[in-house]
Write a new protein. Structure first.
Ligand code: ZN
Length: 203
């Protein structure tokens, strides 16, 4: 194959690095970008760089935020004694959309997945345990809700965390069934996720 534009190939390659984007989609996106007005392309490029530069991770819950600690952790209206553990910030947003939850969060940054080379030390699990352990002037945590996705990796992670939290005086729960097995929390509708949250069960 003769490459006629290095710039086009580079863009295809960069798009193809994104999750869920295969080479075919990467080519389609590239073709689309080339037809866009220049100022639109600049807007996308700016948004990418500014998100990367400005967004930080909350030092308490590890959610993405412009200010540390994040708006949820520093809100006086949230119940600081209940912590909902999620995989990614997108799952946190899914729980927020239910309007059924008034506690705080802990974002793991993924799940234990030996096949992908992700172990407990790659996630914010140690930080979760130290939050539960409390001490200093940190609020005591009474309940940890494990809102991980209902699949093998989610189950493994929930079990692992459950074991680590056993020595502490904390109630550990998981979302009730109702979220289809193998599906993503992020894509569950608000009513289903709200019900799963309300009917959570002890681990
Ligand atoms: Zn936070």
């Amino acid at each position: 194959m003769q490459i006629t534009s290095e710039a086009v190939e580079t863009l295809v390659e960069q798009f193809a690095k994104l999750p869920g984007i295969g080479r075919k989609t990467a080519r389609r996106l590239t073709a689309y970008v080339l037809k866009m007005p220049r100022q639109e392309v600049v807007r996308i490029a700016d948004a990418l760089v500014s998100a990367k530069d400005r967004v930080k991770f909350c030092s308490v819950c590890f959610n993405v935020t412009d200010h540390d600690p994040c708006a949820i952790c520093s809100s006086g209206k949230r119940d600081q004694e209940v912590v909902c553990v999620v995989e990614e910030p997108s799952d946190l947003m899914a729980v927020e959309r239910t309007n059924e939850y008034s506690g705080v969060y802990h974002v793991l940054g993924g799940v234990i997945s030996p096949l992908d080379g992700i172990g407990p030390e790659d996630l914010k699990i140690r930080e979760l345990v130290s939050r539960v352990a409390g001490g200093d002037d940190r609020p005591a945590i009474k309940e940890v809700i494990l809102a991980v996705n209902p699949n093998v990796e989610g189950d493994t992670t929930a079990y692992y965390i459950g074991q680590l939290l056993q020595p502490f005086d904390v109630r550990v729960t998981r979302l009730a069934h109702g979220i289809p097995v193998g599906s993503d929390l992020e894509f569950a509708d608000e009513a289903t996720l709200g019900r799963a949250l309300e009917g959570r069960v002890g681990l």
